[in-house]
Design a protein around this ligand. Structure first.
Ligand SMILES: *Cc1c(COP(=O)(O)O)cnc(C)c1O
Length: 400
């Protein structure tokens, strides 16, 4: 049976190039980067090099890059840090969107408990924040605007440069969770007026447990972890040397192949959309144009997302759904509800996230197995039966 990994928004496999680059830092160069002897200094130089690589990929200065354990940590640090800086000046209002990752939303909830107020902006039915809404929401009390670069479920890309410009003009800090975007679409933190940006290695073929926060020079973000002098004393703890080295290589590889990758991956995604759109009662989630190259997200009415995933898994396809999450809750995702989907429609959602490793054969295989699976699930669905009855009744002429 074919194996198709189509869940690259959840995580990506590491490339051989990245693994090869990491190995020496687990084998011979295992020294502590803070030690003065040679193998320690070799590790230290490798971290400096990786910092430069991450900075170059974002258009940042290497002193503006702080390594973290991943995207969630970077999000927490940026938001809680900006809130603390704001509170010092009596500014306790934050602005975000309704479709952020839980690393952002749950951080906001924690801040609300501490007396901050948060505005959650609408994203309308295309899944995109409107700049004029950000403008209207900013008050004299606003200390941070945080809007994700690209959504992890529906792939929509937000007007980051426009929001950045607005925030800079209004003197409000602007953070973006760019975990889904880094390495996949072009980013320039200076051009786009981004003050802080979160990224995560495992979303672009580096290892899990490593990420970074870009924080513009001049922003005195509070320390995250007290201890040693690592990360300019702001985030203490002996560095994840192999992880950081791998992330430097991965981000460099992604940026140098970006144009080609974007073209290839978006063509495969379009082929998927075209094929899957032929399925009766299906709809595409999120804006068709402003979306990540690899993101396919659709809803199939009368289908239960979890069952769909299990059946795809039996066919060797790794996919994801926006409905019932691992917590066992039956609520559909906050993202699908935010774009106005009804509960029962949102339950039939499917996300396929492609990568440079995806092939045309993979896409054709998905398009071959998906329609019969949906037919089978609909045959068992009382919801679908009702929908079909209603449709039939609506088509029939009024009885006289
Ligand atoms: C994956 C992801 C995160 C979390 O990153 P980790 O490195 O897994 O902590 C945060 N935000 C978005 C948008 C993500 O897709």
């Amino acid at each position: 049976m074919r194996f198709v990994y189509a869940d690259n928004s959840a995580t990506t496999p590491m490339t051989e190039h990245v693994i090869e680059a990491m190995l020496p830092y687990m084998k011979e160069h295992y020294g502590n980067p803070s030690s003065l002897y040679a193998i320690g200094q070799t590790a230290h130089r490798a971290i400096t090099k990786a910092r430069g690589q991450v900075a170059a990929a974002l258009g940042a200065d290497e002193r503006e890059i702080f390594f973290t354990s991943g995207g969630s940590e970077a999000d927490n640090w940026a938001i809680k840090g900006a809130a603390a800086l704001g509170a010092k000046k009596g500014k306790k209002h934050l602005i975000t969107s309704k479709i952020e990752h839980h690393a952002v939303l749950h951080t906001m909830a924690a801040l609300e408990k501490q007396g901050f107020t948060v505005t959650y902006l609408d994203v309308y039915d295309n899944g995109i924040v409107r700049v004029e809404d950000v403008e209207k929401a900013i008050t004299d009390d606003t200390c941070l605007v945080t809007i994700m670069y690209a959504n992890n479920e529906i792939g929509t890309i937000q007007p980051i440069a426009e929001i950045g410009k607005l925030c800079r003009e209004r003197g409000v800090l602007f953070h973006t969770d760019a975990v889904q975007a880094v390495g996949h679409v072009p980013i320039d933190v200076k051009e786009q007026n981004i003050d802080m940006l979160s990224l995560s290695g495992h979303k672009f073929h580096a290892s899990k447990g490593v990420g970074a926060l870009y924080c513009r020079k001049g922003i005195n973000l509070p320390n995250l972890i007290e201890g040693g002098a690592q990360e300019s004393g702001k985030r203490a703890g002996t560095e994840n040397v192999p992880g950081i080295v791998g992330m430097g290589v991965a981000i460099t590889d992604m940026v140098s192949n970006m144009e080609e990758n974007m073209k290839k991956v978006s063509a495969l995604r379009d082929r998927l959309f075209e094929g899957a759109s032929k399925i009766y009662h299906s709809r595409i989630n999120g804006d068709r144009e402003h979306r990540l190259p690899g993101n396919f997200s659709m809803c199939f009415e009368g289908v239960e997302g979890e069952s769909l995933l299990l059946m795809l898994d039996m066919k060797g396809i790794c996919a994801s759904s926006g409905s019932a999450c691992t917590s066992g809750s039956l609520d559909p995702s906050h993202v699908l509800l935010a774009i106005g989907l009804k509960h029962e429609v949102a339950h039939g959602s499917l996300r396929l996230s492609l990568s440079e490793n995806t092939t045309e054969e993979d896409v054709d295989y998905i398009l071959e197995v998906l329609p019969p699976i949906i037919d089978r699930l609909r045959d068992m669905s009382p919801l679908w039966e009702r929908l079909m009855k209603e449709e039939k009744a609506a088509k029939q002429p009024e009885a006289v």
